[in-house]
Write a protein that binds this ligand. Structure first.
Ligand code: NAD
Length: 269
């Protein structure tokens, strides 16, 4: 396999929820691989601008764009801005996601709808806008052998049930079938759609699970690799899935989880 340090040279990417956690890690790795990156943020403009500055000072190109991915008008305005600024888009990383946890019987319809609208409907709205542009523009062989790539941030919880998080796991299970169906529909147009399913990665969304030695020890019982993941573990997987090196990979989920989906409770029989 050929390797270039600038695997994504000349490509334009949009990462939703790119101002923190996994999204920020993906933004930095895409930029390091040569992509020009639009960083979507919901509410922390200063964090997004800081990453833009970091990328520019390393001679990369990036912009920050505010949008709520659950709102159709916001998503359309965000894509208009990306197309105005960059001319086109080659890579969408559908990363934004939230948790609103509670036991099933206490879960409000408001929290159910909120998580589904950000995590699932948000990915649908962004994927649809990206695909329209991929189809309009078609393949540019000097840039990529694909017309476009969509990467959906799922979770090991598209597979593993999780008591107390029924809205979240339902959104991730939905992402799995949405991703596969879009991949099936768009493959003839040379558009690839895949998911990354992170395990436990150190970010703000799950800080309480790893920020004390006791919490981390309990978490490690679920991870055969015996370490909590870092955002760069996901960023590097995203670079590969966005690059032509994964050209024959379509409609699949790449688990980046240190083996969390391997039923570690069965390791000792
Ligand atoms: P995070 O809280 O740092 O990131 C979530 C991002 O989504 C934030 O930047 C937030 O501003 C953004 N966001 C929230 N609502 C939004 C909206 N309405 N519109 C646009 N953006 C919005 O947490 P993270 O861990 O980096 O999570 C990123 C993704 O990774 C999520 O989809 C999450 O479900 C998934 N994930 C995380 C882990 C983990 O262990 N951290 C594991 C599996 C999956």
């Amino acid at each position: 396999m050929s390797y270039s340090p600038y695997l994504l040279q000349g490509q334009k990417a949009l990462v939703t929820g790119g101002s923190s956690g996994i999204g920020a890690g993906v933004v930095r790795q895409l930029a390091k691989a040569g992509a020009t990156v639009a960083i979507n943020y919901h509410s922390h403009g200063e964090a997004a601008e800081k990453i833009v500055e970091d990328i520019k000072s390393a001679h990369g190109e990036a912009i920050a764009i505010q949008a709520d991915v659950s709102q159709e008008a916001d998503v359309k305005a965000m894509f208009s801005k990306v197309l105005n600024e960059f001319g086109t888009i080659d890579i969408l990383v559908n990363n934004s996601g939230i948790q609103k946890d509670s036991p099933f019987l206490d879960m409000s319809l408001k929290d159910w709808n909120l998580v589904l609208s950000v995590n699932l409907t948000g990915q649908f709205l962004c994927a649809r806008e990206a695909a329209k542009e991929f189809l309009r523009r078609g393949v540019q062989p000097q840039i990529s052998c694909a017309a476009g790539k969509i990467i959906c941030m799922s979770s090991v919880h598209q597979l593993i049930p999780w008591a107390g998080h029924v809205n979240y796991v339902t959104s991730k299970g939905g992402i799995n079938m949405m991703m596969k169906t879009i991949a099936q529909e768009l493959a003839p147009h040379k558009i690839r759609v895949n998911s990354i399913a992170p395990g436990a990665i150190k970010t703000p969304i799950n800080k309480s699970s790893w920020d004390t030695p006791e919490a981390e020890a309990q978490l490690l019982e679920l991870i055969p690799a015996n370490r909590v993941g870092e955002v760069d573990d996901i960023g590097k997987a995203a670079v590969w899935l966005a690059s032509d090196d994964s050209d024959y990979v379509n409609g699949t989920t790449l688990y980046v989880d240190g083996g969390m989906n391997l039923y570690p409770g069965f390791a000792t029989g």
